[in-house]
Design a protein around this ligand. Structure first.
Ligand SMILES: NC(=O)c1ccc[n+]([C@@H]2O[C@H](COP(=O)([O-])OP(=O)(O)OC[C@H]3O[C@@H](n4cnc5c(N)ncnc54)[C@H](OP(=O)(O)O)[C@@H]3O)[C@@H](O)[C@H]2O)c1
Length: 343
């Protein structure tokens, strides 16, 4: 009886401690899951373009007999997409401005994919002459083009202009790809079913299109200029899809996630510091290429066109990204600036 009482007293005294201890242990064991879940809460998932609640997308789609063209393929997301699509058996054309870097990249892509049918060609999206020469070479040399990936990009660079006098970010990220797509469209249509994938960014949602000063000549904010160019990617895809209805050519824009690539080269000190802190939540180039590859090959997207994707799924773009009037005005302005007629 005495023993029992001692146990009872000690037990009731120790019980709260035991409970606290057990809760602590549960918490500790749940911490990885908690962090995991936290990193996939809506905001962070949006930021990083990740969703750990879903199994990562994977597909065994083969691309033998198909031709893929990727801009900016000598590094980062473009190079990873090139390696994946070459592994699936496609002929891959890596369109690069720096042929020295391109030679190193093409060797890596061939080695990794075990596919010798990979070529690189010179393309400077900051020069419409280079774009026209490149497109002419493709139109004359290729019998088909099944997937065009408008991937190349510059971010938050100091103010500079393209050879044609466009502000660099809108010039390369939007105008260059707009013209390239225009020049390759007949080939894409003849190769249908074909896809046009344009790599945008969630930064599009902080942007607006300054129709009166798209080249930021009156005032230049490098962040706004980047966001403007990425919004232009979303609006271009939306407008393009409407124009391509019934042709068998479909269009997609996407956010790849926050990806550790050379794109961050122009970030300032504090921005680099922030990126270091968030780096555990960021993606590798290979992970960052998944949504591009998804948009390029996923059969479920055959009947979809004009949409915006993130983390290998349809995603919500900003209200401005759905503004058809703005999209039409941007389309007309782009045609005027590039001196082309594209109704
Ligand atoms: N990384 C991210 O966190 C992130 C997030 C959202 C969206 N994105 C988008 O993802 C795309 C790919 O970027 P990334 O992260 O892979 O960056 P990256 O590693 O810097 O790759 C960009 C590519 O674009 C090329 N490029 C730049 N200017 C060009 C020009 N005038 N003509 C032809 N090619 C040119 C670069 O060539 P060089 O090697 O010669 O410079 C490089 O191959 C971009 O459109 C970017 O806006 C990236």
């Amino acid at each position: 009886m005495k023993r029992f009482l001692v146990k009872l007293v000690l037990g009731s005294f120790l019980w709260p401690f035991a409970q606290v201890l057990s809760r602590l242990l549960v918490c500790l064991s749940a911490t990885p899951q908690l962090l995991y879940r936290l990193s996939h809460s809506d905001v962070i998932a949006q930021l990083c373009g990740r969703n750990l609640f879903r199994a990562p997308w994977a597909s065994d789609v083969r691309l033998e007999g198909k031709t893929v063209l990727i801009t900016g393929a000598n590094t980062g997301i473009g190079k990873e997409a090139a390696a994946d699509l070459a592994t699936r058996g496609a002929k891959v054309i890596m369109a690069c401005r720096d042929m020295e870097k391109a030679q190193v990249a093409i060797k890596e892509v061939k080695d990794r994919s075990l596919n010798e049918n990979v070529v690189c060609m010179k393309l400077d999206l900051a020069d419409t002459k280079s774009i026209r020469e490149f497109a002419q070479a493709i139109n004359e040399g290729e019998s088909k083009l099944n997937i065009l990936i408008n991937n190349a990009g510059v971010m938050v660079c100091p103010y500079s202009k393209t050879a044609d006098g466009f502000e660099m970010q809108i010039g390369v990220n939007h105008m260059g790809h707009f013209l390239l797509t225009y020049l390759l469209l007949d080939l894409l249509k003849r190769s249908s079913p074909a896809r046009i994938v344009t790599v945008s960014s969630m930064a599009h949602s902080w942007g607006s299109i300054n129709l009166d000063d798209i080249n930021s000549e009156r005032a230049y904010d490098k962040n706004k200029a980047y966001a403007q160019s990425k919004l232009a990617n979303v609006l271009f895809t939306r407008s393009l899809a409407k124009r391509l209805q019934g042709t068998g050519v479909t269009a997609y824009s996407l956010h790849p996630g926050v990806v550790q690539t050379d794109l961050w080269r122009h970030l300032n000190g504090p921005q680099r510091f922030v990126m270091k802190i968030v780096s555990p939540f960021t993606k590798t180039s290979a992970q960052g290429a998944r949504t591009t590859i998804y948009c390029a090959v996923e059969p479920a997207l055959d009947q979809e066109s004009g949409g915006y994707y993130s983390d290998c799924a349809a995603a919500n773009c900003s209200a401005a990204g759905k503004d058809d009037e703005l999209a039409q005005k941007l389309w007309e302005l782009s045609c005027r600036m590039l001196n082309i007629t594209w109704d």
